[in-house]
Design a protein around this ligand. Structure first.
Ligand code: DAH
Length: 338
């Protein structure tokens, strides 16, 4: 029997060497020892050429079969060792619960703003935006606010030290009403917008005041708009936001950019629990024709109403929050409650 018919012991020896390799480096060494260019099996293959011609086919076939088997065994052992190398070195309990990331949530003020915006969107209002850094014209003059109005005083408003521009001094807007002017300047009527945003006043912080706070402005301009539309809209939105038991009251007031003007009082179970039947929550009124003239709307054709809500007030009422400063302290113990 020719030697190539008895490759079995050699093959077993090689297979044993592969199986014995304890890591990838050892396996590489075993591969080199058997199948590398100077390997033992490779040497046999080289020997093939020196066999008599008639013996070569049978010898080649036998050796190729063994070689294929060795390579398959090598690959299988490699996969095993690779898996082993990837396994954590420290014992690991796969039944432990995963590390959970705490899901973030929206700030309560953002939640209130989003709810109010959603409500108005359903009524066909679009969200408008304007700069927090304003000029006197948009914040006061165009809103028919006279020069001697206290809101214009440096005691009440943050003016910038920069020299005045063509539209007066620069300031941090004291209300979102300035955006009414910017929107009407930029488009013809009709208008149906709400404007959520941050405003600034020179107030000392206490339980109900903060030098920065948030408002939502509303402006509706069309033909034949009435106070009834205004009251119905405000009532609808507050009931969606605060519940069916909400009542709204309009109390005559004065704003230079509306005529007539009202303050909106709000009442529900919570205000009564606080010992107050009515709580003032917003200003509103029918847009003063003088304002329409300023922005180039014909006051004989167009009518409108406007309002401004304080967001913090509403959020405090909605969630029963006693101190406005809690909104700004970023204390997670507070924020996680909403
Ligand atoms: N801008 C007023 C404020 O900050 C609120 C306000 C009152 C807005 C009447 C209006 C309005 O649009 O018509 O106190």
């Amino acid at each position: 029997m020719a030697w190539w018919n008895d490759l079995e012991p050699l093959k077993q020896e090689a297979l044993a060497a592969f199986a014995a390799a304890g890591d990838l480096t050892a396996l590489d060494q075993a591969r080199a020892a058997w199948l590398g260019s100077h390997g033992r099996f490779t040497a046999l293959m080289k020997h093939l050429g020196s066999l008599p011609k008639e013996e070569r086919p049978a010898a080649g076939k036998a050796m190729n079969a063994v070689k294929a088997e060795l390579e398959a065994a090598l690959a299988a052992r490699r996969r095993e060792l690779e898996l082993e190398a990837a396994r954590p070195k420290v014992p690991y309990d796969f039944t432990l619960p995963g590390r959970r990331r705490r899901v973030g949530r929206l700030h309560p003020l953002t939640q209130v703003i989003e709810d109010i915006v959603r409500s108005f969107r359903r009524l066909g209002f679009a969200v408008a935006d304007g700069p927090e850094l304003e000029d006197e014209y948009h914040c006061f003059d165009a809103l028919n606010t006279p020069a001697d109005h206290p809101a214009r005083d440096t005691q009440d408003t943050f003016y910038l030290p920069d020299p005045a521009g063509p539209r007066g001094r620069w300031l941090l807007r004291t209300h979102t009403s300035s955006v009414q002017i910017r929107v009407m300047e930029s488009q013809p009527p009709p208008v149906r917008i709400i404007v959520p945003g941050r405003v600034y006043r020179r107030d000392n912080a206490d339980a109900t005041h903060n030098p920065t706070f948030h408002q939502i402005e509303g402006l509706y301009v069309d033909r034949g708009v009435t106070v009834g539309d205004l009251k119905g809209t405000v009532e609808h939105v507050f009931r969606e936001l605060m519940g069916r038991d909400v009542r709204i009251r309009f109390r005559p007031h004065y704003f230079s950019y509306t005529e007539p003007s009202y303050e909106i009082d709000f009442s529900n179970a919570l205000t009564r629990k606080m010992g107050r039947e009515w709580l003032e929550i917003a200003g509103c009124g029918m847009v003063n024709p003088v304002v329409f003239e300023t922005v180039g709307y014909d006051p004989e054709v167009w009518t409108g109403w406007a309002f401004g809500f304080g967001i913090e007030r509403i959020a405090m009422l909605r969630y029963g929050i006693p101190d406005i400063r809690l909104f700004y302290e970023n204390d997670l113990r507070f924020l996680h409650q909403f």
